[in-house]
Each structure stands twice: as C-alpha cells, then as structure tokens.
Design a protein around this ligand. Structure first.
Ligand code: C2E
Ligand code: MG
Ligand code: MG
Length: 543
C-alpha cells in the first residue's frame, strides 16, 4: 500500500512539473513572439526601442527568477517538511520498537516464571511430578543410561497431619525435603510428587551404592524434626525400581517403584524394597478386590456372622461379636483382614460399617424379643468410621430405628485408633459411653498396650488378643495374661479372652478369674439363625 501511494505521488509531481513547464514555454514563446511587436507598435524610436527591449529582457529574467525562486523554495520547504516527518516517523518507530523489545523481554520472563511454577512445588520449592516426567523422558531416551528411581512415602503422615494440624504437617514436609536435599550427592535429584511422596532419581550409579544411599536416607529421617510447636519423629518406606531393567518408559518406572513402596509399607514402617515382577500380581489382586467390593453391598454379597461370647463362671452365652463376611461371586470368600483395609482406604467402610451396625442391632433385638433378654452385641468399628463427625449420631439413629436399648450394644475399638491421639475420637468414645453404649478395647496387647488408655478412657471390656492365648504354654505369657486380667479387674472392666481353642487355656483363664471368652473351643462365628438354635439348645441344657 505505501509503495502504491509513493508511485502515485511521483506521477502527480511529474504531471504538475510538466504542466508548469508547458505554461512557462507557452508564456515564454508568446512573450518572445508578441512583446517585440507590441513594443514596436508603441515605440517607434530605435534607441528607445533598444532601451525598452533591454528593460523587457531584464523584467523577463526578474519574473522568471522570482517564479523559479518561489517554486524551488516551496519544493525545498516541502522536502524539508517531508524529511522531518520521516525523521519523526523514524523516531516513533524506534520508540515503538524499543517498547516491543521490552514487552518481548517481559513476556519471556513471565513465560520463564510460569514454567518454573508449573515445574516446581509451592511448599518445598522442589521440582514436581511434571518436572520428574520431563527429566525421565530425556533420561530414558538414551537406551544406554542406567540408574534408579526411589519412591519414598512418609509413614503415617496422614495421622500426623490430621491430628496435629496442617501447619505442622506442612512444616514437616518442608523439613523432610530439606533433610533429603542435604543427603543428595553427585547425580541424585529430588522431586516431590505431592502429599508425602518424594522421588529420588539417579543415573550412572551401581546398585550397591543405590541401596546404601536408600539406607542413609532412612537414617537421615530417623532424627526427630524440631518444628515450631512440636517435635515429631517420623519414618518412611521406599520402593526402588532400576532402569532400564524395571521399566524403559516413565509411567512404568514410576508405577513399579510405587508398587515396591507399597510392598515396603506392608513390611512395616521404615523399610525399603526393590521392585520385583512378582509384585505386579499382588497389586492386580488388590485392584480386583477393591473394584469388586464397590458392588458388594449393593449386590448383597456381604453377611454378618456372630461369634458367641461366654461367661466363664456360668458357661452361658452372654453376648455375640458381629463379624463381617464377604462372599464374592467372582473372587470367592475373602477374609475381613484382606478386604477391610481396602474398604478403609476407599472410604467404603463407612456405608459397610453402618450396615453391619444395623444388622447387629436388629439381630440382638430379635433375640431379646425371643426371650433372650440380657444378651449384648459387640461391633467392630474402623477408625475411618470413628473420624466421621456424625458417627455418634449415626449409632444413636440405628439404636432408635431398631428400638434397642444402648446398654446392649458394645463398640469395639483398637489401640491403633487411640494412637492417632485425636481428641475428637476420644470425645466420641466418651460420648458413646455416656449414652450407655459399652466400649471394648479389642486386640489388647498387640499395639503399644499403653496403660494410659485404660486410665483415660471409659473402657468397659478389655479383650486379650488371641496371640497371647495361643502362647499361654509359655510361663512368661501366663504371667503377663494374669497381670492383664488383674489390671482389668482392678479398673472395673470385664476381661474377655479371644481365640480360646483348648480346654487348658480355658482352665487357666478361669483360674486367673478372667470373666469371659470367645473361641473355637465352644463356637466359631455362626449365622444369625444358628445363633438362635444354639441359644435355645443351651437353654434346654441349663434347665
Ligand atoms: P477381631 O475383632 O479381633 O475378631 C476376632 C477374630 O478372631 C475373628 O476373625 C474371629 O473369627 C477370630 N477368632 C475367634 N475365635 C477364634 C479362635 O478360636 N481361633 C481362631 N483361629 N480365630 C478365632 P475374623 O472374623 O476373620 O475377623 C478378623 C478381623 O477383622 C477382626 O478381628 C476385626 O478386626 C475385623 N473385622 C471383622 N468384622 C469387622 C467389621 O464389621 N468391621 C470392622 N471394622 N472390622 C471387622
Ligand atoms: Mg473384634
Ligand atoms: Mg480381636
């Protein structure tokens, strides 16, 4: 467009110049041809004619010079004006260019900042999951490079976070990151994947060194973390996958290290495990169970069995423990120890646990209505249920719906639940007790067995774990069990022994004054209708 305008202006200037030249030629020719004749007409004298001709010549020159002067001046002025416009335009262009360069630099630095944000974790400043995958892409594109990916997960972090608050949790995560960074040497890189998960990546390092390094990481974690308002002791579990051996693409490598980490968790806190192909089937099985469990309640695959609990002195049934069963059409019968932890992880334990409570309350109410008026039912509850803010209301609603007096229900809690040191859980336990509901401390002896719980919480029944009963042959265990029975009795609790299988065990418990027991010796967990027959038979026996 500017080129076209330039060409047009050029044509116009040529036309105007040509017109002026033509007018000048015409006027000049007319002047030359006719001025002398006009002069001759008025001036006849020869000498006067010469003077007039000279004056005429000078006048012509003066007029021509003036016209030339005006034209050149106008044209030069126009040129100067155009030139200054060009200079101004150029300056403006230069300023605009400078601005553009500045805006471009700004854009680049914003892009850089955005990229940094996208690739780093806010809390610890460490490179994040996206950065890890970018790094792995580059690393794994070279088939000759070797190394390892360590997947580290802090043990029980969720409990620390839930019970001590998120501020402490965040401070701890930053502290862990700092401590891990201090350990990094040479080719090691640290990433935070989110939550309490960290990944360490290394190249060109032999396996021995990698395992030594994992050990040193765990040692580094074992020193207490001194935070602003608390001192916290933690441990971690680590899964290790070597590359290219355990995965030649990022997804597989991270997945396999994660699987190994889960296996390490299974071994207990503060352990690390190297990935092995055989672990994949276990994970597949976990997923399968998890999926099938989602439909189990809806498809009526769950049922509740009741294990009778006996008064040792009278040998009579005094209550039942409700025990959940799952019979899956695809997977067969799966024991609660295997599916309950998965139901806890997915939150499914909440509807399932509510259903068990309903079943158990209906069951015992039914027995009361058939004349077995004093029987209680014990129901196991998970910590996940206990954490629900409306847990107590839910239990009370079920009691109301089934018209069961609260004193006939006992809630079984475990020591691990109390180890969360969550005041809300403790206050729920007190609340339940204040409504008349019994509280049994299950599996006593397997956790920390803190006598403090017995003192602080309103426990009505102390359940001695089966492991101790199994081991009663050993004199030390006998002394211990006798001690626990003594402590329970002094504190005004019922003491119940779990998993009694032999009459010797029962005899020992009776001699130590244990109140109650449950176990295969008298009965396995049985369906509701069998429980009724058993009660009716025992009624006949005792008559
Ligand atoms: P638990 O509460 O300690 O239950 C006692 C377990 O010992 C039951 O296993 C019972 O069948 C078994 N048992 C009782 N007497 C004997 C015996 O003489 N010999 C042997 N070998 N075993 C005996 P079960 O039913 O497999 O339950 C395992 C665990 O699953 C329970 O341990 C409890 O922690 C959990 N559980 C069961 N039902 C539920 C439930 O409805 N909710 C929750 N949250 N957990 C449940
Ligand atoms: Mg129990
Ligand atoms: Mg138990």
């Amino acid at each position: 467009m500017p080129r076209l305008r330039g060409a047009k202006d050029h044509d116009g200037a040529r036309r105007v110049s040509w017109r002026i030249t033509r007018i000048y030629l015409i006027i000049g020719s007319v002047w030359i041809l006719f001025s002398d004749q006009v002069t001759e007409f008025f001036v006849t004298d020869t000498s006067a004619f010469r003077v007039v001709s000279i004056a005429k010549g000078w006048a012509y020159v003066a007029v021509t010079a003036f016209v030339l002067y005006s034209l050149i001046k106008a044209s030069l002025e126009k040129t100067a004006q155009a030139q200054s416009e060009v200079i101004r335009g150029y300056e403006e262009l230069e300023a605009a260019n400078e601005k553009l360069a500045m805006a471009n630099a700004d854009l680049l630095s914003h892009q850089e900042q955005l990229r940094h944000l996208a690739l780093h974790d806010d809390l610890t400043g460490l490179p994040n999951r996206m950065a890890l995958y970018e790094e792995l892409e580059v690393l794994l594109s070279n088939p000759h490079v070797q190394g390892a990916l360590l997947f580290l997960d802090v043990d029980n972090f969720k409990y620390i976070n839930d019970s001590m608050g998120h501020a402490i949790g965040d401070e701890l995560l930053s502290g862990i990151a700092k401590r891990l960074i201090e350990r990094l040497t040479g080719n090691w890189q640290l990433f935070r994947l989110g939550g309490d998960e960290y990944v360490l990546l290394v190249k060109d390092c032999d396996k021995e060194e990698i395992l030594d390094f994992a050990l040193s990481l765990h040692e580094a974690m074992s020193d207490p973390f001194e935070l602003t308002t608390a001192v916290v002791q933690v441990s971690a579990c680590t899964g290790i996958a070597f590359y290219p051996e355990h995965g030649s693409d990022s997804e597989t490598l991270v997945k396999h290290a994660d699987i190994a980490m889960y296996r390490a968790k299974g071994k207990g806190s503060n352990s690390f495990v190297v990935f092995d192909e055989s672990m994949k089937s276990a994970v597949g099985e976990r997923l399968l169970i998890d999926q099938a469990l989602r439909g189990a309640l809806k498809h009526q695959e769950l049922s509740v069995l009741y294990q009778p609990q006996y008064e040792i002195e009278t040998q009579r049934i005094c209550g039942f423990e409700a025990l959940l069963r799952w019979n899956s059409p695809e997977l067969g019968s799966i024991p609660p120890d295997r599916f309950i932890p998965l139901a806890e992880q997915s939150g499914l334990i909440i509807p399932i646990g509510t259903w068990v409570l309903q079943q158990a309350c209906q069951f015992i109410k039914g027995l009361h209505e058939r004349g077995f008026a004093d029987l209680r039912v014990s129901v196991n509850v998970s910590v996940v249920q206990m954490r629900q803010p409306d847990f107590v209301d839910r239990v009370l609603q079920i009691l109301k719906d089934t018209k069961l007096d609260p004193t006939y229900l006992e809630i079984e809690i475990t020591e691990s639940m109390l180890m969360e040191s969550d005041d809300r859980i403790e206050s729920k336990i007190r609340d339940l007790k204040s409504r008349g509901i019994g509280i049994a401390l299950d599996d006593f002896g397997t956790g920390y067995s803190s006598l403090d719980y017995l003192r602080k919480l309103p426990i009505t029944t102390l359940k001695i774990d089966k492991d101790f009963i199994d081991d009663l042959d050993h004199p030390q265990t006998g002394i211990l069990v006798a001690g626990v029975i003594g402590v329970g009795k002094v504190m005004g609790m019922y003491v119940l022994a779990e998993g009694v299988e032999t009459s010797e065990q029962l005899k020992f418990l009776a001699s130590e004054g244990c109140h109650r027991f449950q176990g295969y010796l008298y009965s396995k967990p049985i369906p509701a209708h069998e429980a009724l027959s058993k009660l009716e038979a025992s009624l006949v026996r005792h008559q």
